[in-house]
Design a protein around this ligand. Structure first.
Ligand SMILES: [Zn+2]
Length: 319
């Protein structure tokens, strides 16, 4: 008889879906991924997800004990619905849990993808071994999650912390959340690119000025490449981003006093560039809280954090 202890973790994003099969000890047996065309609608999407789950179950040669889904938000965890007109257009009030429960006859966990990724890091990645882990994802947006003693912190109505919308500059750009100068509107990839384009048009010199013939092509990576070449405008932008990140994290430190902060997402691939300014800016806050004892480091599981965390969420349903 096949052992029925396999944990399946699924990470549903706007363009890709990943799935992995794990042992109860957190060992990844097999993983797979496939593009998802959200525009084809939820029914086609569900078929893609099922196909992927079937593949990893088959490849592992065991039976699933539980399934976890980490999904791009917004989601309604309590009712098990994806409410996502943004990254999954047309997926509004979509129930993917009931069909999966019926199809596989197991419990299905459902989490926001940021929460799932942080849970994965705490289970098998860079968040192991400490009690309070805060994770910040800096990419197209800025997302946050907080894991306390191995469990996802849940706020009112089960909502998770929106660390990207901590206001850090009241005079900063307007954000879609209704605020001004949120962390996300200052340090996300698109925010960095926008300020680079502005700098380029103001100065029309240096590394950025040289890219003005194609302003659409300027992104955060352009700024980091320029900084590596020693361009003054790019370096000043990098320092600004580093100081802003420190200011945002200071609020989080003051309130939550985490043991560890994990940074992940596309922008953090260039963390070495802004790390010195970031650490010296953060050290200023060491007077009333032990900021220097908070261990800030890069996350460890990369794009697989989501499937790890979804599998761990599935396992928690069985505990
Ligand atoms: Zn905001």
């Amino acid at each position: 008889m096949l052992k029925k202890e396999l944990l399946i973790g699924v990470d549903l994003g706007g363009t890709n879906v990943r799935a992995g099969a794990f042992t109860p000890g957190g060992e990844l047996i097999t993983a797979n991924e496939t593009p998802i065309d959200a525009a084809l609608g939820p029914a086609a999407g569900l078929k893609t997800i099922e196909k992927l789950i079937n593949q990893v179950i088959l490849a592992s040669g065991q039976e699933a004990a539980a399934i976890g889904i980490g999904s791009t938000g917004p989601i309604d965890r309590v009712r098990g619905l994806i409410n996502n007109p943004y990254t999954l257009p047309g997926w509004d009030h979509v129930d993917i849990l009931s069909p999966l429960r019926a199809r596989y006859g197991v419990q299905v966990a459902f989490e926001n993808d940021a929460d799932a990724a942080a849970l994965g890091e705490v289970w098998m990645g860079a968040g192991r071994g400490v009690s309070r882990v805060f994770m910040l994802t800096i990419g197209t947006g800025v997302g946050a999650a907080y894991i306390v003693d191995g469990a996802i912190y849940r706020g009112l109505y089960g909502e998770h912390p929106e660390g990207g919308h901590i206001p850090v500059d009241p005079l900063g750009p307007a954000c879609y959340c209704g605020g001004n100068g949120c962390l996300e509107s200052l340090i996300s990839g698109p925010a960095i690119a926008e300020r680079a384009v502005r700098l380029a048009s103001e100065h029309s010199r240096g590394y950025l000025g040289g890219k003005l013939n194609d302003p659409q092509g300027i992104d955060a990576a352009t700024v980091f490449a320029g900084a590596r070449q020693g361009d003054a405008d790019c370096l000043s932008l990098v320092h600004e981003v580093a100081a802003t990140l420190a200011r945002g994290l200071a609020s989080i430190f003051m309130l939550l006093l985490p043991d560890r902060v994990l940074l992940t997402g596309g922008v953090t691939r260039s963390f070495d560039l802004f790390e010195p300014t970031f650490r010296s800016s953060l050290a200023k806050y060491n007077v009333i809280i032990p900021a220097s004892r908070v261990d800030v480091r890069l996350a460890g599981l990369g794009q697989r954090a989501g499937i790890y965390g979804a599998a761990r969420a599935a396992q928690q349903l069985l505990e």
